[in-house]
Design a protein around this ligand. Structure first.
Ligand code: XMP
Length: 323
């Protein structure tokens, strides 16, 4: 019968067999899937695994530290962190169009990740043959099977490497659904904040600022988002909502009054939704008291924000994210 213990044992044996004395690389996103996949592979092959975490500067408050400290402490994994904030901010400067932002973030991410891979290979040699991916059963079904290899174009500025690196894939979660992945993660001793994490888009806060992405705006949004998350957690609502994007309307200003003066600040949008699979969603009917606390705290504590608004649109017609 299915138990998380069986799954772990079976996968650990299979991964050891597959990898032998060679080496593997795994990209960590901060999300549940890559974390559990990495933890499983780490359990199987220990220091033959190297994880890579690209810090694009678009994460929420505390998330990078969660990966750098808590995940490493829980797994003992060997981690290479690439601080690429400046590079991403530079690439995003002057860009407001949502699709263009997504393209830039995706492109820079691949470049930074491949560079890190190339450095690991230069360091560890050609025994690095495997790439770990947190593919789940629904992803396998959706893409009609999967191929088992990934082609990575390496960069020219790292000497002695082939132009095209072919990795064999390790996908230890291929037979699992999301709730099973969470159970496996829990059994492996991963922190609750990682195992129970709600979905968060790859492009991060970059697509939650309507307007140009700047460091200042990111910091402001991080504060507002942290307050909303704190209050939702304190109210015990994490399991009731699918996710709650917090969005900064950086190109909009409205008049307000605070203390003894007129303000002209930005609105923050709360977008709490309930959903089964993110394909459709409904706006969450959050208790007024919780909304009131979030609103009061954000307008009091976050500089340049003088209004909090609630998104009451279902999907369709609205998407969950604003960009
Ligand atoms: P939308 O906005 O399309 O979002 O209703 C559906 C779900 O997907 C998440 N999302 C992303 N996840 N990379 C991701 O890994 C992305 O580029 C991306 N865009 C949206 C979104 O947070 C929601 O859960």
């Amino acid at each position: 019968s299915w138990t998380t213990g069986n799954v772990i044992e079976e996968q650990v044996a299979a991964i050891r067999e597959q990898v032998g004395d060679r080496r593997a690389i795994c990209g960590l996103s901060g999300g549940v899937d890559s974390a559990v996949a990495a933890a499983l592979v780490q359990k199987a092959i220990g220091s033959q695994l190297t994880c890579v975490y690209v810090d694009h500067g678009l994460m929420r408050k505390g998330e990078t530290e969660q990966v750098e400290k808590d995940f490493v402490a829980a797994t003992g994994v060997q981690l290479k962190v690439v601080d690429a904030e400046e590079r991403f901010l530079k690439a995003l400067a002057g860009v407001s169009d949502p699709e263009e932002k997504r393209k830039i973030i995706g492109r820079e991410f691949i470049r930074v990740f491949e560079q890190a891979q190339a450095e690991i290979i230069a360091d560890q040699g050609p025994a690095v043959e495997f790439l770990v991916q947190g593919t789940l059963y629904p992803d396998v079904v959706e893409s009609g099977g999967g191929t088992g290899t990934a082609n990575i174009k390496s960069h020219h500025n790292v000497g002695g490497l082939p132009e095209d690196l072919e990795f064999k894939l390790i996908e230890p979660l291929r037979k699992l659904f999301k709730d099973e992945v969470r159970m496996v993660g829990q059994e492996l001793g991963l922190p609750e904040e990682i195992v129970q994490r709600q979905p968060f888009p790859g492009p991060g806060l970059g697509i939650r600022i309507v307007g140009e992405v700047t460091k200042e705006r990111l910091d402001l949004l991080r504060e507002a988002d942290a307050i909303a998350r704190e209050e939702l957690t304190a109210a015990g609502l994490d399991r009731d909502i699918w996710q709650c994007p917090v969005v900064l309307l950086a190109d909009v200003r409205s008049v307000g009054v605070q203390g003894d003066g007129r303000t002209y600040g930005h609105p923050i949008v709360l977008r709490p939704v309930s959903s089964e699979d993110a394909m459709t969603a409904d706006w969450s009917r959050l208790p007024y008291e919780v909304l009131a606390r979030i609103s009061t705290r954000i307008t009091n504590e976050v500089k340049d924000v003088n209004r909090v608004v609630l998104d009451v649109t279902s999907k369709p017609p609205g998407t969950i994210e604003w960009e």
